[in-house]
Design a protein around this ligand. Structure first.
Ligand SMILES: Cc1cc2nc3c(=O)[nH]c(=O)nc-3n(C[C@H](O)[C@H](O)[C@H](O)COP(=O)(O)O)c2cc1C
Length: 185
C-alpha cells in the first residue's frame, strides 16, 4: 500500500485547504513548504527565471514515503519557484508525484496566458515519468459571479468550509481516486 506525503505551498490558504482535505481523504501527513525567502515579489521573479528556491523540505524526508502529492498556487501563469524546487527534489528521489494547483482562472480559460494548463504541462515535462497525475482547483468553482478580480492578496477569493461546494468536493474526490487508482496499476 502506498504511503503518501502531501507537500503544499500556500500564501492565502487555498492550497492549504485543498492539501488538508486531500490528506483527510488519503489518510496521510501534509507539510507546508516554506521557502528560505517568502516574499511574493522575490518568488515571482525566481518563478519567471525558472529558478527553484531552496525550502524546508529535504530529499531525505521525502524518501520515507512512496508517493508525494504537491499542491500550490499559479502565479502569473507560472510554475512557482517553491513548487519547482519541491518537484525536482521528488524527481531526484524517484518518487511517484501527483501535482495539483489552485488558481482563479476557469477551466474554459486554462489555455490562456494566466491559465493553469501550461503550469501542469511544465510540471509533467520536468518530471516526465514521475509525474503521474495532475489537477487544478479553481476558485472560480466557489466564486460568486459578481466578485471582481483584484490583485490584492487580501481580496483574493478564499476556499473555505462555507463555500466548499459539491463541484469542488467532487473534483477533489476524483483526484483522490485518480491518485489511489494509480497505486493499483
Ligand atoms: C501574485 C499572484 C498571482 C496570481 N496569478 C494567477 C494566475 O496567473 N492565474 C490564476 O489562475 N490565478 C492566479 N492567482 C490566483 C491564485 O492562484 C489563487 O488565488 C490561488 O488559489 C492562491 O493559492 P493560495 O491561497 O494557496 O496561496 C494569483 C495570485 C497571486 C497572489
Amino acid at each position: 500500500m502506498a504511503v503518501y506525503l502531501i507537500l503544499y505551498y500556500s500564501k492565502t490558504g487555498n492550497s492549504k485547504f485543498i492539501a488538508e482535505k486531500l490528506s483527510a481523504g488519503l489518510i496521510c501527513n501534509s507539510k507546508r513548504i516554506t521557502p528560505i525567502i517568502d516574499s511574493v515579489a522575490v518568488l515571482f521573479l525566481l518563478s519567471l527565471m525558472k529558478i527553484g528556491i531552496p525550502t524546508n523540505i529535504s530529499k531525505k524526508e521525502i524518501e520515507v514515503y512512496s508517493e508525494v502529492v504537491i499542491v500550490g498556487p499559479v502565479w502569473g501563469g507560472l510554475l512557482i519557484s517553491p513548487l519547482r524546487n519541491t518537484l525536482k527534489k521528488c524527481i531526484r528521489a524517484s518518487k511517484n508525484i501527483h501535482f495539483a494547483v489552485t488558481c482563479e482562472t476557469k477551466d474554459e480559460e486554462k489555455n490562456n496566458k494566466y491559465g493553469y494548463a501550461k503550469v501542469l504541462r511544465e510540471a509533467k515535462g520536468l518530471g516526465d515519468k514521475f509525474v503521474r497525475t495532475t489537477e487544478a482547483f479553481s476558485t472560480s468553482l466557489v466564486n460568486p459571479e459578481n466578485k471582481v478580480w483584484s490583485p490584492k492578496l487580501s481580496e483574493k477569493i478564499k476556499i473555505t468550509e462555507r463555500n466548499f461546494n459539491s463541484e469542488l468536493k467532487s473534483r477533489l474526490r476524483d483526484f483522490a481516486i485518480k491518485i489511489k487508482s494509480f497505486e493499483k496499476q
